[in-house]
Design a protein around this ligand. Sequence first.
Ligand SMILES: *[C@@H]1O[C@H](CO)[C@@H](O)[C@H](O)[C@H]1NC(C)=O
Length: 432
Amino acid sequence: MDVHRMKIVYILVVIVAYFANRWYRTPNIPEHLLNHPATFVPNLIEEDAAKELLELVKGMHEFPTNLNDLNFYDTVYEHIGEAQKIESDGKCADPFLVPNKDGSLCILPGRIDVAKHFMKYGGVEGKKEKFEVAASRLLSFGRYIFDLTSYPIVEKLFASEKFLHGAKSTCPPHKQILDPFQFNFIIQVPGQSVALHLDAVYFLHATRFEYPMWLLSVMAHSGLYKEEFIDQVQVVGYVHKWEDSRRGGKFVYYLNNSINAYQEEPLPRAGSFVDGSKIIHAATIYYPDLKPPIMDKSAENKLVYQGQDKWTVTSNGKTLKTFKTDDLRITIVYRARCFESEEKKAQFSRIRETKEDIRPVDEILEDLKKDLHETRGYSMEKLNAFSRYDLGMILLDEYIKYPLPPHGLIPVNYCLADRFYPWLKPILDRIC
Ligand SMILES: *[C@@H]1O[C@H](CO)[C@@H](O)[C@H](O)[C@H]1NC(C)=O
């Protein structure tokens, strides 16, 4: 081939590669999770309230990682049958499993859907890094509170004019009865992130109090249970005092299938109104160039307030790192469900108490298998032969389509391949 022709071929290859890459990365979020309202409100939280919230955070003293949110409630089905016996050292050898609430079994963590995607693709930033680093980025800290009456400051937030106004435009027009039900604080230390996710989804007959959260996420993505879906409004508000765009930690969310997400700065006292159970969202890495404290997923990891503006990250009681309050990215998330009527609201809470009509988890799995068969061509025979662990992995892979990182040449985080193919370790140790 002459030089001229080679040039043309080369240019064509580059053009095709460019478009193939863009096409591959274009998000594929299902229609029913698109085009929902999202509103950013600067100065949403009054100064006095922000101060009081920060004091409340300090007063709560101890924050486990968000991996352990089952510590704050019970669920009817802790797993779908994938549980394995825990090792004698209290650890879970399988990279995807973690100890369950009472430490007797290894199960898929509630947000395996979120963790798996982040680990595999490196998050919005497309990070290429080892398992321990990627996993520790996800272990941000938090507390979930379902009993609002003990927190007058939070009740005041829910009652404020600004919240009611924001909720009005976030809840569907025919579902304007609010049911405040939860708030939580989420804290990231430098190097940590909140990976792309849908929040815990509530269906009339299926919530985090009955099923693992990853299964609810699969159910929501599948679109099979739309009539049962309970809309919500939540505020993601910032309680920290610093304002510095170089720190990252932006709130990103997808309202459409465009390759770049919407982004908001985590400005002090600002807040975003969204229904996070139908808008895929994340916080980018806070201090993206720093490594987080490395924590073992099977250990007891905590962020503890020591007084005098000093915080420590501990793992099984050992101090890993110390921070000042101003080093932390601190968010409050408070949320309410949106109902058509007082009756619907009462029906929802009655079902939580009586567990009436809660379907066995096996029936949900049967629905999903049938859908996999009908829409994705799996044979029923094959589906029935899978272990529960493998079935879980297939459900995650088939239904959960969080967007891929928009930039970079290679979209997958190849650096953690040595967890699955140990022979790659010497090569990866060099390049990662
Ligand atoms: C889709 O989202 C992007 C931001 O991520 C925005 O710039 C664009 O205008 C949106 N497109 C449509 C058609 O709404």
